[in-house]
Design a protein around this ligand. Structure first.
Ligand SMILES: [Zn+2]
Ligand SMILES: [Zn+2]
Length: 240
């Protein structure tokens, strides 16, 4: 993943924030997080040897940024992590964000340097083993080629179109696809066997989409899927 991948995410989040009032706050917050992640990616990318300790100096920056502009649950968690509220029981779910926000650029750099193994289709990332947070459809021949994007290191790998990444179900009638007219390039791909879903961004319908960002911008689809009895295969960075 090149540095410009971060620029594309930031630009897409800012542009969608201007058109989607409902998701604007979330997308503006994500854009600021992605800016910090970009600087982490660039700065530690100058090191010949990567080590997680390189991330330590950025922890305070992340806490400060979240406390300035984050959503309330994360602001509270940032206070706990800063050690100001030791009597509180830490809210583990909110804390996951801080670890992943720092690890994403680090693992993306590792994946970028190593080159991703090709030619197989596991349901978890072939580089780091995490689950995918979003799918992508690209033009290929008559149909479209599907791939999945890792929720942690952003590695993208090819995946069969009619196959559940949650349980391996491959019967077409067990794998319903749902769309909503207001989000024409994002669809919900569900599984009636394991009751999970993943959203896919259809780049054949909108070439400007940036999957990780368009996934964030379509939270109403998550609510609909969850009300319909499906559980998200993997939450995104913001825990949605
Ligand atoms: Zn990965
Ligand atoms: Zn399934």
């Amino acid at each position: 993943m090149s540095v410009s991948a971060w620029d594309r995410r930031i630009a897409r989040a800012e542009s969608l924030a201007g058109v989607s009032a409902a998701a604007a706050e979330l997308l503006k917050f994500y854009a600021q997080i992605a800016r910090l992640q970009k600087s982490i990616y660039e700065e530690i990318g100058r090191q010949a040897h990567l080590d997680p300790s390189l991330l330590a100096p950025y922890f305070a920056q992340l806490l400060a940024l979240v406390r300035r502009i984050g959503p309330p649950a994360l602001v509270e968690a940032a206070g706990e992590l800063a050690g100001e509220d030791l009597l509180r029981t830490p809210s583990q779910e909110a804390h996951v964000f801080f670890g992943r926000a720092l690890l994403q650029p680090y693992t993306e750099l590792l994946a970028h340097r190593s080159g991703t193994p090709q030619g197989h289709a596991p349901s978890t990332c072939p580089f780091c083993g995490e689950k995918p947070s979003v799918g992508v459809l690209r033009e290929e021949g008559d149909g479209g080629k599907r791939s999945l994007i890792c929720s942690l290191c952003s590695t993208e790998w090819e995946f069969r179109r009619v196959l559940c990444p949650g349980c391996g179900e491959e019967a077409l009638d067990k794998l319903p696809v749902y769309t909503a007219s207001e989000f024409e390039s994002v669809r919900v791909e569900a599984c009636d066997t394991c009751h999970t879903y993943i959203k896919s961004v259809d780049l054949t319908r909108n070439g400007l989409a940036v999957p990780v960002v368009d996934e964030l911008a379509t939270i109403p689809l998550n609510l609909w899927a969850e009300e319909s009895g499906y559980r998200k295969l993997q939450l995104n960075l913001l825990g949605m």
